[in-house]
Design a protein around this ligand. Structure first.
Ligand code: FMN
Length: 439
C-alpha cells in the first residue's frame, strides 16, 4: 500500500489563534451553535480530510472574560455531526482520569455504530488542575498516577470492545435467536483502579474498536502511545524536534512488537496562508495585535500547573530559570518542555513568548503562500518528521477554506493526498487494520 498523507482538522474556538474569536473574518455563528461544527465538518469532508477532532477540558478556563474558551461536550457534538456527514472520521477527546471505562466504552461504541465506523478516541489523562476540583479532588492527580490509571483504563475498554465476537448477533426472527450467547464473554477485570465484569451491553462496532489517538508527548506519554495509539497528535515547533520525536516513537512502537506504519504521527500545523508572503505576514500581525498578554499569562500558568508568573515583567528577556523545571511539572509536561526550549533558543521577552504562543499554543505556526505551505508539508512528510498533519487553522472557516482551495490541489498534484475517499471508515482513511477478536 502506498504511503498517503493524512490530514485532520482540529476544530477549536473560531480558529486556533487566541484572538480568532474577535477577528472580523472568523465565523459569525455562536460557539454553542451545532451548525458551526457541522458546517466545518462538511467543509473538511468536501476537502477529503481524514478526520475532524474536538479537544476537551473539564473545567471553565479562568480566561473566559477575554477569551472564547467555552465548548460543547465533544461526544455529544460528534453524534450530531455524524448525522450530517458520511465519510469523514470523527475524533473526540475523553479523559481516563475522570470517567469510567464502562461509560466510555458505551459512548464511543455507540458513536461508532451511529457514524458507520468513523470514530476515534483521543485518550487524555487531563492535565488541568481546575479539572481535578470538579471531580472531588483537591489537587491534580500526579503525572505518574494519571498514566498508570490510563493504562488500566485502556486495557478495560479494549476488553469491553472485544467482549462481543463479530458474529455474535444473529437477529434471526424465524428461529427466535437474537444472539449467540457463547460468542459474548465477560471480561472479569479486577485491577488496582477498576473492577469491571462486562461484557459490554452492545455489539461490536463497525471498526471493531474506535481508532486510538493519543496526544501526550512526555517520556511516559510516548511509551503509552507506543503501546496503544494508532494516531498521535503532537506539538513540535521545528522540523528537527519533529524528526526526533517521529524516530523515537516509531522505535518505541517497534519495541512493543507493533508495525511502525500503524502508529501515525500528526504534528500540529497552524498556517496563515495568502497569495503573497507579505499579505500572509500582514494577516499574522493583524491577529497578533488583537491578543491580550494577560490572557496568555494565565494560560501559561495553567500549563505549568498553576505556577504564578504574575511578577514577571512583560519586556525583559526570559531565562529558563524563570520557569519551574518541566520534569517536576505534574500538568502538561511535554508542552512545558516545548516552552522552556523556546525560551532557551530565542531569548524572548514574556510579551514575545506570549505573542508566539497565542498563534497555536506551542504548535508549529507559519505564514506563507499555498506553494510554501505545500512544500513544507511535503518536506516533513518525506523527511521523517510526519505522516500527516493536525491542521489548526488560525481562523475558521476562512483559513480552512484557503487551505482546501489552494493547498490541497497542490498536494494532490504531487501525488501525496487522495483525490477521492477510497474507504468508508476512519480505519480505512488512516490505512489501519481492523482489530480481530480473540473469542
Ligand atoms: C493536539 C493536541 C491536543 C490535545 N488535546 C487535549 C485535550 O483535548 N484535553 C486534554 O486534557 N489534553 C489535551 N492534550 C494534552 C495531552 O493529551 C497531554 O495531556 C499533555 O500533553 C500532557 O501529557 P504529557 O505530559 O505526556 O505531554 C492535547 C495535546 C495535543 C498535542
Amino acid at each position: 500500500m502506498t504511503r498517503q498523507l493524512h490530514l485532520n482538522l482540529f476544530i477549536q474556538s473560531r480558529g486556533h489563534h487566541e484572538a480568532s474569536w474577535r477577528h472580523p473574518e472568523s465565523s459569525a455563528l455562536a460557539l454553542t451553535d451545532i451548525e458551526y461544527f457541522r458546517d466545518l465538518a462538511r467543509r473538511a469532508e468536501a476537502g477529503l480530510f481524514d478526520s475532524i477532532f474536538l479537544a476537551d477540558t473539564l473545567a471553565l478556563m479562568d480566561t473566559v472574560a477575554h477569551a472564547a474558551s467555552t465548548w460543547l461536550e465533544p461526544i455529544t457534538t460528534l453524534a450530531a455531526i455524524a448525522g450530517s456527514t458520511s465519510r469523514i472520521g470523527l475524533i473526540a477527546t475523553a479523559s481516563t482520569t475522570y470517567s469510567e471505562p464502562f461509560n466510555l466504552a458505551r459512548q464511543f461504541g455507540s458513536l461508532d455504530h451511529i457514524s458507520g465506523g468513523r470514530v476515534g478516541w483521543n485518550i487524555v489523562t487531563s492535565w488541568l488542575a481546575a479539572a481535578a476540583r470538579n471531580y472531588g479532588g483537591e489537587s491534580l492527580v500526579s503525572h505518574d498516577e494519571r498514566y498508570e490509571r490510563g493504562e488500566e483504563f485502556v486495557q478495560v475498554v479494549k476488553a469491553l470492545w472485544d467482549s462481543w465476537a463479530d458474529d455474535a448477533v444473529l437477529d434471526d426472527r424465524p428461529s427466535g435467536h437474537y444472539a449467540r450467547a457463547e460468542r459474548i464473554q465477560p471480561i472479569d477485570h479486577a485491577g488496582k483502579y477498576y473492577r469491571v465484569s462486562g461484557p459490554l451491553n452492545m455489539p461490536r462496532g463497525p471498526q471493531g474498536r474506535p481508532v486510538f489517538v493519543q496526544a501526550g508527548s512526555s517520556d511516559t506519554g510516548r511509551r503509552f502511545a507506543a503501546r496503544h495509539a494508532e494516531a498521535v497528535f503532537t506539538a513540535q515547533m521545528e522540523k528537527k524536534t519533529a524528526q526526533d520525536f517521529y524516530a523515537d516513537l516509531k522505535g518505541l512502537a517497534i519495541a512493543e512488537g507493533r508495525r511502525p506504519e500503524h502508529v501515525l504521527i500528526l504534528p500540529g500545523l497552524s498556517p496563515v496562508i495568502a497569495s503573497t508572503e507579505a499579505e500572509a505576514q500582514r494577516l499574522a500581525r493583524e491577529l497578533a495585535e488583537l491578543t491580550d498578554p494577560e490572557v496568555g499569562r494565565k494560560r501559561l500558568s495553567g500549563r505549568f500547573g498553576g505556577h504564578d508568573f504574575s511578577h514577571l515583567p512583560l519586556d525583559r528577556p526570559l531565562t529558563p530559570e524563570d520557569f519551574p523545571d518541566p520534569g517536576s511539572v505534574q500538568a502538561a509536561r511535554s508542552r512545558t518542555e516545548v516552552i522552556v526550549g523556546l525560551v532557551r533558543r530565542e531569548n524572548y521577552t514574556l510579551r514575545q513568548l506570549l505573542a508566539y504562543l497565542a498563534g497555536a499554543r506551542g504548535h508549529f505556526t507559519t505564514a506563507g503562500t499555498p506553494e510554501q505551505i505545500a512544500d513544507l508539508i511535503e518536506d516533513w512528510f518525506n523527511d521523517g518528521a510526519a505522516d500527516g498533519f493536525n491542521l489548526m487553522p488560525p481562523l475558521l472557516p476562512s483559513m480552512l477554506d484557503v487551505f482546501i482551495a489552494e493547498v490541497v490541489p497542490l498536494l494532490q498534484k504531487r501525488g501525496l493526498f487522495r483525490s477521492a475517499y477510497e474507504g468508508k471508515t476512519l480505519r480505512d482513511h488512516f490505512q489501519l487494520p481492523r482489530p480481530t477478536v480473540p473469542i
